[in-house]
Design a protein around this ligand. Structure first.
Ligand code: NDP
Length: 316
């Protein structure tokens, strides 16, 4: 029987190429996206075989949309084998915070809260699979134990004591630590929440289910649309810098294949790991288990983040 994966944000960049790589492995991929015509167009452009994918509406910035998506997936009658939480927004130039449909700051709402609800709802679907996996994309800039995570501007990731979550995260609250709005940091904070969520999923369900929970950093895919909201000069210089100076640059094809590997291949069955291929890319480079940041390894924070996120998405 054909295995099924859900990939969020499969209409662009890493998610699109992860969907393609999974389809090329013979999987059926549910491309969970907010823009259906765009997704249909790009799926064709990259040459995904018609029977190997379907497209379903998911807007992660709307908790109602997450519920609707889960219902639509269940109505399809498919068994879920791999859930890939990939979608994200990065809005570094915002002067004022944008808000999700539910009133939460948009980066945290999309990247963390929408996925948090999705993961929680879909655990029961994953439990029906014989080889279930749940993968959440992390990033290097949210991990101060790596060079790319030491960049001090606009600020390193730091959730504080989750004051913003404690206060309900709606206006005027904009940041996890309850402090002043810094849009670039909001992205890093949300990606840190992604890794904390993966670890807490593993702690809660790693033993009692056969689900493999993983995160990964796929490399610096400096030309995806993730940087669409950055200065145009940045969009020119950043890929050049990553190709020639840091040597961290990877293509969307390589990054997508890495995500597909963690979601589907042998060798990634150990739950609770954060995979990386390093920061300096070399031909044929093998993956390894990357050490997470001290904050990402903070069990007390992971638990508290879970409890507060449950309240914000209406699960508690
Ligand atoms: P892209 O901007 O190319 O893709 C982001 C995807 O997320 C798009 O499909 C986008 O949809 C979707 N998306 C955004 N908002 C929503 C929403 N509200 N609901 C549903 N889908 C949404 O970025 P990348 O491919 O670069 O990023 C993918 C992942 O990889 C992210 O998790 C990112 O943090 C991670 N990553 C990226 C790195 C890089 O160098 N690019 C490095 C490390 C990690 P739409 O097409 O409609 O805009």
């Amino acid at each position: 029987q054909q295995s099924t994966a859900i990939v969020t944000g499969a209409s662009s960049g890493v998610g699109l190429y992860a969907a393609k790589a999974l389809a090329d492995r013979g999987w059926h991929v549910v491309m969970a996206c907010r823009n259906l015509p765009k997704t249909e167009k790009v799926a064709k452009e990259v040459g995904m075989a018609a029977g190997n994918y379907s497209i379903m509406k998911l807007d992660l910035a709307s908790l109602g949309s997450v519920h609707n998506f889960v219902n639509e997936f269940r109505a399809s009658g498919k068994t879920l084998d791999s859930l890939v939480c990939n979608a994200a927004v990065y809005l570094p130039l915002l002067k004022e915070p944008k808000r999700s449909e539910d009133g939460y700051e948009l980066s945290m709402a999309t990247n963390h809260l929408g996925h948090f609800l999705l993961c929680n709802l879909m655990l029961q679907d994953l439990k029906k699979s014989s080889h279930p996996r749940l993968v959440i994309l992390g990033t290097v800039t949210a991990n101060p134990k790596e060079l790319g995570g030491k960049i001090p501007f606009p600020a390193p990731p730091d959730l504080g004591n989750l004051e913003g979550f404690e206060q309900g995260f709606k206006a005027p609250v904009t940041m996890a630590n309850g402090k002043k709005f810094k849009p670039g940091k909001a992205y890093k904070d949300s990606k840190l929440c992604n890794v904390l969520t993966m670890r807490e999923l593993h702690r809660r369900y790693g033993d009692s289910t056969n689900i493999v929970f993983s995160s990964l950093y796929p490399g610096c895919v400096a030309e995806t649309e993730l940087f669409r909201n950055h200065y145009s000069a940045f969009r020119t210089i950043f890929p050049w810098f990553q190709k020639n100076i840091t040597k961290g640059y990877v293509t969307e094809t390589v990054a997508g294949d890495r995500v597909a590997a963690v979601a589907a291949d042998r060798g990634y069955e150990q739950s609770g790991y954060y995979w990386s291929w390093g920061n300096r890319q070399q031909e044929g480079r093998k993956s390894f288990v990357q050490e997470m940041s001290n904050e990402a390894l903070d069990d007390v924070k992971a638990r508290r983040l879970w409890e507060l996120s449950e309240k914000l998405v209406g699960l508690a």
